[in-house]
Every structure is written in C-alpha cells, then in structure tokens.
Design a protein around this ligand. Structure first.
Ligand SMILES: NC(=O)c1ccc[n+]([C@@H]2O[C@H](COP(=O)([O-])OP(=O)(O)OC[C@H]3O[C@@H](n4cnc5c(N)ncnc54)[C@H](OP(=O)(O)O)[C@@H]3O)[C@@H](O)[C@H]2O)c1
Length: 252
C-alpha cells in the first residue's frame, strides 16, 4: 500500500547521501526506501534472499529500476556479515551517510514460561544480534551529518501477553539506542517508536501510520539536524505533527 498524503519527504534534497536500509524489503522498510529514493539519495538495501529484493523492486514500481537503488544479496545479520557489507559499501560508494534499520517483525508464540529455545533464538537473539552487528559496523563510519535510526514498536514500552519476546527485544533495542547515543555524542542516533503500521501486507485502519509516512519522518530526521532521541509515532496524525514540528524547528 502506498499513501501519498505524507510525501513531505520530497522537500528534503538528499542527493549524494548514501543510505543503508537493512530490513528495507519488509512492510515498514518499503516506505523508508521509497522516501529516500524520492529525496534523491543512493539507497542500499541488503537482503538475505534475492526473492525479497526482487519483490521490493516490483513493489516500488518505476522507482524500483532507479539507478539509485542497490539490492545486494548479503547476510548482514552477523557481526562478520555486517562488517563485510559496510566494507563493500565504503569501497564502492566511498562511505555511508545514513542508516535506517527496520529489521524485525512480529511474534506471537505464547507466554514466556512456555517458549522454547527456537523461539528465544528467532524472536530475541537473532534480531538483537542483527541490530548490534549493524550498529557496531556502521556507527563508527558516520560523520554526524546523517542519522542512524533504529525502528521499534510501542510494544517496547508495555507488555503484550503472548508476545513477550517482541517487547523484550524491542526494549533492548531502545536501550541500545540510548547507550549508543550516550557513547557517541557527536553522532545523531535515533529510535523511531511506532504504533501499528499500514503496509502492503497489512491494510490496517485509516488512523494508523502508513509506511510512506514513516519514510517521510525518517527523511525528515536525516534532512534536519535533529539530535539523538526517541521519536514516537503512534499514528498517522503523530507522523504529520512530528514532520511539521521538525521542519519548523529546522527553518526557525
Ligand atoms: N508492521 C508493523 O505494524 C510494525 C509496528 C510497529 C513497529 N514495527 C517494527 O518495524 C520493524 C520492521 O517490521 P516489519 O513489519 O516491516 O517486518 P517485516 O515485514 O517482517 O520485515 C522485516 C525485515 O527484516 C529483515 N530481517 C533481518 N533479520 C530478520 C530476522 N531474523 N527475522 C525476520 N526479519 C529479519 C528482513 O529482510 P531480508 O529478509 O530481506 O533480509 C525483513 O524484510 C520491526 O522492528 C517492527 O517491530 C512494525
């Protein structure tokens, strides 16, 4: 699903910026990738499977064949894999300016006391490892002009019975962002904390934030000088309010 109501992103010209979007093949990632391409940035979307990369390309329509879009098949979810990806991107493109990480998904495997080791690995360890791998490989390479944005859900802040591993994993990522920001005050390191999202996979409800609105918010963070923080976007209205406020602050 594509929403044209929040194409505020196009007011930022990010031509020449090199943007890495691991997880960009997903429902939330789609709008983020589209928004950065529309803003003129070079966008690298690593994917673990060629099929998901090609599905994203098809979803993006005309933008899917843009020379600004790069879809390398690469496992970026391990420390070694993320480091190799960043090395390759630095060699090929001369560096990285922005990183947006919508890596994750939903899990509804039951009460915590009943989970198995497979659940623990897939819904907690694998995802937190992927985020840590991407952060440690990229953040030392950023010069503070661009932004690092980790995408989480509001379930980071409250327990969801039956989906506890999601809350635990997302809460860990929120703290990761806060520690990274404290340790690297010269960088711009953000968390975008989302409510339920309208994507190409989930139609949702009209008041939900859309994937394109999330893309517009991410481009706004990149295009302004907003310092490290958690940006809370629980709904479509909150996305618009954030974009307006951040752009107003930048113009003042
Ligand atoms: N959808 C929502 O309503 C919603 C609401 C609030 C927050 N969020 C947050 O937004 C982020 C993205 O969610 P989404 O709905 O876009 O998820 P999604 O459609 O499942 O996409 C997630 C992407 O993450 C990548 N990935 C890397 N390692 C993974 C792993 N171990 N397991 C699953 N995916 C992995 C995959 O890319 P490749 O396979 O191409 O490598 C996949 O395309 C998550 O952090 C989620 O908590 C989503």
């Amino acid at each position: 699903m594509s929403d044209t109501t929040a194409r505020t992103s196009t007011s930022h010209d990010l031509t020449g910026r090199r943007v890495l979007v691991p997880g960009g093949t997903g429902g939330v990632g789609e709008g983020i990738v589209r928004a950065y391409l529309q803003a003129g940035a070079d966008v690298v979307v690593p994917t673990r499977t060629t099929e998901r990369g090609e599905a994203l390309r098809a979803t993006l329509g005309a933008l899917g064949t843009s020379p600004l879009l790069h879809l390398p098949t690469h496992d970026y979810t391990t420390f070694a894999g993320a480091a190799a990806l960043v090395e390759e991107m630095t060699t090929r493109r001369g560096g990285i300016d922005d990183v947006v990480v919508p890596v994750g998904g939903w899990w509804q495997g039951g009460p915590l006391t009943e989970i198995g080791e497979d659940d623990w690995a897939s819904a907690f360890t694998d995802l937190t490892t992927a985020h840590m791998a991407i952060a440690r490989a990229t953040i030392p390479r950023l010069d503070g002009t661009g932004a690092y944005i980790v995408v989480v859900g509001q379930s980071a802040e409250f327990p969801v019975p039956g989906s506890g591993l999601v809350s635990m994993e997302q809460a860990a990522l929120l703290m990761m962002q806060r520690v990274l920001a404290a340790e690297s005050p010269e960088q711009r390191i953000h968390a975008m904390e989302l409510g339920p999202v309208r994507t190409r996979f989930v139609e949702g409800e009209p008041g939900w934030v859309s994937t394109d609105e999330i893309g517009a918010a991410a481009v706004t963070i990149s295009g302004t000088d907003l310092g490290s923080r958690t940006v809370s976007i629980g709904s479509s209205a909150e996305a618009h309010a954030f974009i307006e406020e951040a752009n107003g602050r930048a113009a003042a």
